[in-house]
Design a binder for this molecule. Sequence first.
Ligand code: ADP
Ligand code: ADP
Length: 235
Amino acid sequence: GDVLVLQGIRKSYNVGTPVENEVLHGIDLRLGAHEFVALTGPSGSGKSTLLNVIGLLERPSAGRLFIDGHDTATLDEAALTALRGSTIGFVFQYHHLLPAFTALENVLLPSIIAHGVATAQAEARARALLQRVGLAQAMGKRPGELSGGMQQRVAIARALVLQPRLILADEPTGNLDTASADAVFALLRDFNREHGSACLIVTHDPRLAARCDRVLELVDGRLVADTPRHARGGA
Ligand code: ADP
Ligand code: ADP
C-alpha cells in the first residue's frame, strides 16, 4: 500500500494575525513503498514546510495526511511522536549530530529515544551501517573530529538505524562536494533498493534528481509537475 497519502494539504503561518500567509495551497500526493522521489522547486516555494508537515513536525492547517495507513488527524502528540519514531527517518542538510557523543552513540540515539536503551539489535545494525558507510574506524570519534561528508554519513546511518518505511531528506547533499554528495546519495539509493523504504529527497541538484524514479516540482506552494523517470528524455 501507499506509505504516504496527502489530500488537499494546506499550511498557513501566523494564523489569525494580520500577516497570516498560506504557504501550501492544497497538496495532493501519494507515495508508494519502494518509491525514490525528488522534490524540487525554487527557494521559498514551500519544500521544507511540506517535508515538516509530512514528517509530523508541523500540523497541516487543512487537508488529510495518512502515514503508513494512519490518519494523522486522529492522533494526539504522543501517538504522532510514536508514529514518527517507528516509521520516519530524517536526514537534514545540517545534520544536527550531538557534539558530545561519538558517531556510534549518535547513530544509536533513535533507538534510545524509542526504547529507553539502545537495543542489542540496534547496536549491531548501527555498527554495520557505520561500516557500510566507510566509518568503521570512526565509530568512537566525535562529530568535531570528522569532515562534513563523514558527519553527513553518520547522520544517514542514524536515520536508517530503525529501518524506517519512509525517509525524508532535506537537501542532504547541499553542503557537500560532488564526490561526497554522490556517496551520500548512493547510500540512500542502496537502502531504498535493499529495504524498500520510500525516500522523498529535497534537492536543487538536477543531476541527482535525474537519478530518482519520480521528480516533483513545487512552485509557490503548489505541485506543478510530477514526472516519472521514464517520461524524461534520456533517463
Ligand atoms: P523552501 O524550503 O522551498 O525554501 P520554505 O518551506 O522554507 O520553502 O518556506 C516557504 C514559505 O513559508 C516562505 O515564504 C517562508 O518565509 C515561509 N515560512 C516558512 N516557515 C515559516 C514560519 N515558521 N513562519 C512563517 N513563515 C514561514
Ligand atoms: P568529505 O568531507 O568530502 O566526505 P572525506 O570524509 O572523504 O571528505 O575526507 C576526505 C579526506 O580528508 C579523507 O582522507 C579524510 O580522512 C580526510 N579528512 C577530512 N576531514 C578530516 C578530519 N577532520 N580529520 C581527519 N581526516 C579528515
